[in-house]
Design a protein around this ligand. Structure first.
Ligand SMILES: Cc1cc2nc3c(=O)[nH]c(=O)nc-3n(C[C@H](O)[C@H](O)[C@H](O)COP(=O)(O)O)c2cc1C
Length: 332
């Protein structure tokens, strides 16, 4: 496959096949508001755990807030308890989500210690059983996101592609790293290609190391995957889908100029403020602006000043006063 407009996962019609990942601690409502302007084929809220979801924990529900322009939007659940899977999936459906993903990739010890996240990779049959329960409970499509295996000696992605297909999942997203790798090394796209060859009806979504449009094209070419999930590549460049669209349409990149990035930064700060109180907005923006400024040179003093700013008013002034012109042409 390659970039395409009008793509379907099960009954769900999507505007294209470039998706924005669930990112715990990052893909919050402000982040998704910014992303939605560039129209990815699908985007996700941050992962939520089944247990607090089922007990109607307020903070968990807050993470699942979304607004209509964010559609198509998915919810992602994480857990290992078969008896909660159907109920948790139904809650996501009742909240109005378009699709539900089951997380079998999170590498964090806190998550894997009860067998959740990538801990599930050690129990392929349980993944199948949970997907089956989820599918039984809802009408919307069910998907699963995995890593290739716990470690290189235990690669399970091909087997899980078949298990997920049999359980009725409409798509499987494969992050081409093992749990042992964490985020280091390269994603091994060969495993994604192998899964795509085995898949009959289930869609295969490739994931790992797509940081620019050329990498998206390379992943499609290398694996033949049906769609791509962009994760860290969306951080500080919510326009990446626009870049990919342009690359396929006219072989040119959309890449905004430093002055345009400044406008996006100002907008991101206003968006954060519209959902959060002052102090949290300041802290959230400090994190977010680092991603946007990562590829610029000559922004060291700006970054330091933002980190020392006492309030968001000061941050607005710093962004306005900064001389962005010398940065022109310095985006890598
Ligand atoms: C800060 C951060 C948070 C993440 N949160 C989630 C999450 O909530 N759910 C999930 O399935 N994957 C999560 N991931 C993993 C990514 O979705 C993705 O699989 C991984 O980063 C590899 O893709 P990339 O190389 O394109 O970044 C997270 C990754 C990062 C860096």
């Amino acid at each position: 496959m390659s970039y395409t407009e009008q793509f379907a996962i099960g009954k769900l019609k999507l505007p294209n096949n470039i998706f924005y990942a669930p990112l715990a601690g990052c893909s919050d409502i402000a982040y998704r508001t910014m992303s939605s302007q560039y129209k990815p084929g699908l985007m996700f809220c941050e992962m939520v755990k089944m247990e607090p979801l089922v007990r109607k924990d307020e903070g968990t529900y807050r993470m699942l807030r979304y607004e209509e322009p964010m559609r198509p939007i998915g919810g992602q659940i994480c857990g290992s308890k078969l008896e909660l899977a159907g109920t948790a999936a139904k809650i996501i459906e009742d909240l109005g989500f378009d699709i539900i993903d089951f997380n079998c990739g999170c590498p964090v010890d806190k998550v894997t210690k009860d067998g959740s996240g990538s801990g599930m990779l050690k129990h392929p049959d349980l993944i199948g059983a949970i997907l089956f329960e989820m599918k039984r409970a809802v009408q919307i499509p069910i998907t699963v996101k995995i890593r290739t295996g716990w470690d290189e000696d235990h690669i399970v992605a091909p087997m899980l592609t078949q298990i997920a297909e049999q359980a009725g999942a409409a798509a499987i997203c494969i992050h081409g790293r093992t749990r042992e790798q964490g985020y280091s090394g390269n994603a091994n796209w060969d495993y994604i290609a192998e899964c795509k060859k085995l898949a009959k009806n289930i869609k295969v979504i490739g994931n790992g190391d797509v940081f620019d449009a050329e990498k998206a094209k390379a992943l499609f070419l290398h694996t033949g995957c049906d769609a791509i999930l962009v994760s860290r590549g969306t951080m500080g460049q919510p326009w990446i889908v626009e870049d990919i669209r342009n690359l396929y349409a006219n072989n040119r990149l959309f890449s905004p100029s430093p002055l345009e990035v400044k406008e996006v930064l100002l907008k991101h700060l206003r968006t954060i403020l519209s959902y959060n109180e002052e102090r949290k907005s300041l802290l959230d923006f400090r994190r977010v602006c680092c991603y946007y400024l990562k590829k610029f040179v000559a922004v060291k003093t700006l970054k330091a000043a933002i980190n020392h700013a006492e309030n968001t008013e000061e941050v607005f002034s710093l962004l306005e006063a900064f001389n962005w012109e010398p940065c022109i042409g310095t985006i890598l």
